[in-house]
Design a protein around this ligand. Structure first.
Ligand SMILES: [Zn+2]
Length: 221
């Protein structure tokens, strides 16, 4: 589904299955954010084709974090030309702790590869220069991905429409999440692309959402 020029969303809508939203950014090529569960990746590829996007043009897959409902689908891209990016802290976490989540979800251990560390700072692929923002709290190496040219931010499981990421999983920290939310709330955004639930459009709506989150959740974090 096209959100606006260069930004496509493949939202997960089946409440019976925990899977994440996938996003695709387009310029000279494509960047895919969070492939979700491996078994549903073909559905995303079909959705992309319907939107006139060629999955072979994906040159970079970025994981906002390593939870199975976001990263399991990396396996699909191992045989493609796409490079795969994850924060270094998150790779360490995945190796030592995060790998157990896959069993908890009834999944095989993840087949993945990290080609690029998505570190705080800029990351360029497909003619798109992104700002990677390290936003731990939901998991130690969670990142938000900001495309200044479009004023769009993918937030993974840091914030949602009317809600925030849980911090009760191993590697979670509510006080850290609070700092991360403060950090991303200062960016000029016209589109907020959360890892679950609906996309938030418009600077006013996005500010309203951050204000609501700060009012509703910050005294508990
Ligand atoms: Zn998560």
């Amino acid at each position: 589904m096209k959100i606006t020029d260069g930004i496509y969303a493949y939202p997960w809508t089946d409440m019976m299955v925990n899977n994440c939203n996938t996003y695709v950014l387009q310029k000279e090529g494509l960047i895919l954010i969070d492939p979700g569960l491996k078994r549903y990746v073909p559905q995303i590829m079909a959705g992309m084709k319907k939107d006139g996007l060629n999955p072979d043009d994906i040159s970079l897959v970025i994981n906002t974090h390593s939870h199975p409902d976001h990263l399991d689908g990396d396996a699909y891209f191992l045989q493609t030309r796409a490079k795969i990016a994850l924060h270094e802290e998150e790779e360490k976490f995945l190796k030592h702790v995060g790998v157990d989540f896959f069993q908890m979800f009834g999944l095989e251990p993840p087949q993945y590869r990290v080609d690029v560390y998505a570190s705080e700072g800029t990351l360029t692929a497909a003619g798109i220069t992104l700002q990677i923002i390290h936003t731990p709290g939901h998991s130690p190496g969670s990142i938000c991905i900001y495309w200044p040219e479009k004023k769009v931010m993918a937030t993974g499981d840091v914030v949602f429409s009317g809600s925030i990421g849980r911090t009760d999983f191993p590697g979670g920290s509510s006080s850290t999440l609070k700092k991360s939310i403060e950090k991303i709330s200062t960016y000029a955004c016209d589109y907020l692309l959360p890892g679950h639930n609906e996309v938030i459009e418009g600077a006013v709506e996005i500010k309203r959402n951050f204000d609501f989150i700060k009012r509703s959740f910050f005294s508990f974090l």
